[in-house]
Design a protein around this ligand. Sequence first.
Ligand code: SAM
Length: 419
Amino acid sequence: MQVDIVATTAGGQGVAVVDGRRVPVPGALEGERVEIALGTDRRGRTSARVTRVVAASPGRADPACDQAARCPGCPLRHCTPEAALDLKRARVERRLAGPVTVLPAPPRDGFRARAVARALRGTDGALVLGMDAPEAPVDLTRCPAQDPAVNALLSQARRDLADWAPFDPATGEGLLRHVVVQVGDGGARVVVGVARPVDPASLAGVVPGATLLVEVIPPGRFDVLARPELVRGEATLWLAAGGDRFRATLPAWTPQSPGSLDALRAEVTGALSGAAHVVEVGCGVGTLSLPLARVCGALTGVDEVRQAVADAEANAAAAGVTNATFRVGRADHALRRLAQRGLRPDAALLHAMRRPFGDAAMGALSALGPSRVVYVAPSPRSLADDLAALSRYVVDRLALLDQMPGTAHVTVIAHLRRR
Ligand SMILES: C[S@@+](CC[C@H](N)C(=O)[O-])C[C@H]1O[C@@H](n2cnc3c(N)ncnc32)[C@H](O)[C@@H]1O
């Protein structure tokens, strides 16, 4: 069946109208005419697969990945960089009124320093470390978006764990849930996720050269990287950015796309340079704190993850940054406590996860009253939610950083000014 692609979903899929219903068509671009095969997804909804592109959009590019058509990880790999950015920019502009400046992004290939791979069975019954997808799992050991060192480690892990039965959430049988691989500056770590506790000795032969952690995630839970335990090697991984070196110890958060950090650091320091006192919410291990502290009078970093704060303190000390202090705390509590202690920062940096910080945190920020705020958001929707609670601020600039080319992810940096 041939269809015209009439729209694009927020996740980057084309949309066709079939029998009066809108059907997502992965791998198709708005304005294209494509031939599709219809099927049904696991939830019983109509799904479509492109079997031939009849009339291609000028925004179409060779995905250069033989798994791209099935892979849920990179829904925009078939777009030119310009077309992908246009889609992301339009999405941000729909969600947040105002023009959007696009910052330089890393290349489409090799940018991911971390892979989170599920343990699955391939069609031949062998272990696959990858992502669940229609017809067959996607094999992440040969993902072109990942750093080749990540792929090599994941391949090694698959060989070493070949006899382990993948955990099946439907039956609760099997043991191996996932493998997470991350490469850093001169080192790597591998986290083996299991459904039940295992004897650490049974992991002795798994990726011998890398730091190894094990993480028990019981059936019904999905919180990857929350409670990993060290089996072998150094607990910390080192990351490099802009001339700084950062130690990062799980469960502290670390950026997945180190190649995008220079642009992010420049955007943040450019906006807040010269502030007397910056409060930074979501400081992590200090990736943005150190460059920011160097261009400000003082910095107070806050993060709810104790280990991240310990790493940020160590990283600041090692870098000779003496005007930064770090506290463990949730955004709303920490901001209220700063106000109670009479601190009045003139600038704030917020770096969110995918969920919004929430109304309580935004209320506490407004009460603290910094004149300048930079909000780094991996979700335009969450950013819009938090901005709605910041009525005392106006948006001066919206910048888009494509930290994850080929995916539907987008990072938005909003610069706010107090009215
Ligand atoms: C996207 S990471 C950014 C970390 C750091 N700025 C960086 O660039 O490496 C967001 C951080 O915010 C922290 N975080 C998320 N929600 C929080 C909250 N409500 N209160 C305090 N910290 C929070 C997380 O623990 C995480 O370290």
